[in-house]
Design a protein around this ligand. Structure first.
Ligand SMILES: *[C@@H]1O[C@H](CO)[C@@H](O)[C@H](O)[C@H]1NC(C)=O
Ligand SMILES: *[C@@H]1O[C@H](CO)[C@@H](O)[C@H](O)[C@H]1NC(C)=O
Length: 479
């Protein structure tokens, strides 16, 4: 129902879908009387976030509290780490849809029971905020309601704010309540820039189930998606399925500044469809959740699954330790981490290095390969990281392109070093030759000098010889 993606539905089915998507208010049984600090639409978990009650609980039931450690950042400090929200309201036009409404009350109750176990306060929108029953408009109530909850959280001191909010459409049933929402959240060490977790069906983004971080990014995102039909009437929404809010969210999620912060996880983790692309059921025992978008005979089928959950819970509540989910999740983040590293490396490589630029000028095929493989990997990282085989392959291709470029770079460096070495040798030889020449020249000059000196000395001697003779003569003359 609400925001369920399904192409190929006949107009008759569509009408039926839209109709039943607005179930009438039949009755609603609150598990817990809302306390004064919550609005009437908020159902606090019985393990309250009130610090004094937590202490009381700790004394009463420490084992249970230990199970819930990942929910509370600190039992004495914050509120719940995760909240959840959904909408389910009536319209007088659909007063005869009693049966449908009763089914939705039951499906929402499975979420409340799950929230009870794990300590998530639940918000349920019970009134039509906008649209007056007009489907194309009222679906935006989802985005407005989320805004109101997120902003209300942001008005609290930091330690008391929830960190994430989970949205679920009312036509989803929690099957395996042993799986907490927290296990899907991004690892804190290196994915703090991820603010949106969603999933895609065979058409595209499915907004029946998603998680948002409680922060400014999410407020901006919701504002943009809500305003899209008002400010950008040129963007086609609700064609061919009138899931306007889903299309608006998808459009914003595709934009720069948003796509980098969203991660699409494997849908089967928490949004299995009662009818897959081939109309066959996708859901297995142990799966966390079943969703009924565009399903024929929806209410009897929902009733069938609800009967199992309500009467034979041991069939669906498989312990987490018996499932491969936990290691699959770890593997998913590990693959995404490596893929992002490869992308980062490729970007660094192409932009920051003069030698690489020279190599790419000389071997354009190396640059093209790195560019193309990076582009493919980037698309997978932002749009379909849940295609894990493709993601891994694309990462390997970028790594291969990087190592080819890197080898070429090393080769270029070696070549350059060699040339430098040769030039140096040549230079030195030249220098030596010059020095030799200089030496020879000096030698020559020295020899010439010596020759000159010898000659001069000889001449002087000769002169002196003559002088002696004169002196002798003179001496002889005296005597
Ligand atoms: C879970 O695994 C344990 C240990 O292997 C096994 O004894 C138990 O029957 C399993 N439970 C379910 C519900 O599969
Ligand atoms: C990215 O570069 C770093 C540092 O050079 C390297 O250790 C790492 O293996 C590279 N990762 C990938 C996926 O290419």
């Amino acid at each position: 129902m609400l925001g369920a993606g399904m192409l190929g539905t006949s107009p008759k089915h569509l009408a039926a879908l839209m109709f039943c998507a607005i179930p009438i208010f039949f009755f609603f049984f609150f598990f817990h009387t809302p306390t004064s600090w919550d609005s009437s639409s908020t159902i606090p978990p019985s393990k309250p976030s009130n610090p004094w009650s937590s202490i009381a609980l700790a004394i009463e039931d420490t084992k249970d509290l230990a199970d819930q450690r990942d929910i509370f950042d600190s039992t004495l400090e914050g509120g719940a780490r995760i909240r959840q929200a959904c909408m389910l309201f009536s319209s007088e036009d659909t007063a005869h849809q009693m049966g449908a409404n009763a089914v939705y009350e039951r499906s929402v109750r499975t979420h409340l029971k799950h929230a009870e176990k794990w300590g998530y306060p639940s918000h349920i929108l019970r009134e039509d905020i906008i649209g007056h029953g007009k489907w194309e408009v009222l679906v935006f109530g989802k985005l407005l309601y989320l805004q109101s909850i997120i902003i209300a959280e942001l008005t609290k001191p930091i330690g008391k704010r929830a960190e994430w909010i989970v949205w679920f459409d009312a036509d989803t049933i929690i099957l395996n309540e042993n799986i907490p929402w927290s296990i899907f959240l991004p690892p804190r060490e290196d994915f703090n820039d991820i603010h949106f977790l969603g999933n895609k069906d065979w058409h595209s983004f499915n907004c029946g189930l998603f998680m948002m971080r409680i922060n400014e990014w999410s407020v901006n995102f919701l504002i943009q998606a809500t305003a899209l039909p008002l400010l950008r009437p040129d963007v086609p929404l609700g064609v061919p399925i009138p899931n306007m809010e889903q299309d608006a969210m998808r459009w914003v999620l595709d934009q720069e500044g948003y796509k980098e912060h969203a991660v699409y996880q494997p849908r089967l983790w928490y949004n299995t469809f009662a009818q897959g692309p081939d109309k066959e059921p996708e859901t297995k025992m142990g799966d966390m959740l079943i969703h009924f978008p565009g399903v024929e005979h929806k209410y009897p089928l929902m009733g069938h699954w609800l009967d199992i959950v309500e009467n034979e819970p041991e069939k669906v509540n498989i312990p987490l330790a018996n499932l491969t989910l936990h290691s699959n999740i770890k593997g998913f983040w590990a693959n995404l981490r490596t893929a992002k590293q490869a992308l980062h490396n490729a970007t660094e490589y192409t932009t920051a290095d003069v030698i690489v630029q020279q190599v790419f000028n000389k071997h354009p095929e190396l640059g093209d390969e790195l560019k193309e493989t990076s582009k493919r990997l980037e698309r997978l990282v932002y749009e379909e990281p849940f295609q894990q085989k493709e993601l891994k392959e694309a990462t390997l291709l970028v790594d291969a392109a990087l190592s080819r470029a890197s080898n070429a770079r090393a080769e270029a460096e070696r070549h350059e070093a060699q040339q430098k070495e040769q030039a140096k040798v040549k230079e030195e030889k030249k220098k030596e030759e010059k020095e030799e020449e200089k030496k020879q020249q000096e030698e020559k000059e020295k020899k010439e000098q010596q020759a000159k000196q010898t000659k001069q000395a000889k001449e002087q001697q000769q002169k002196a010889g003559q002088g002696d003779k004169q002196a002798e003569d003179q001496q002889q003359g005296y005597h």
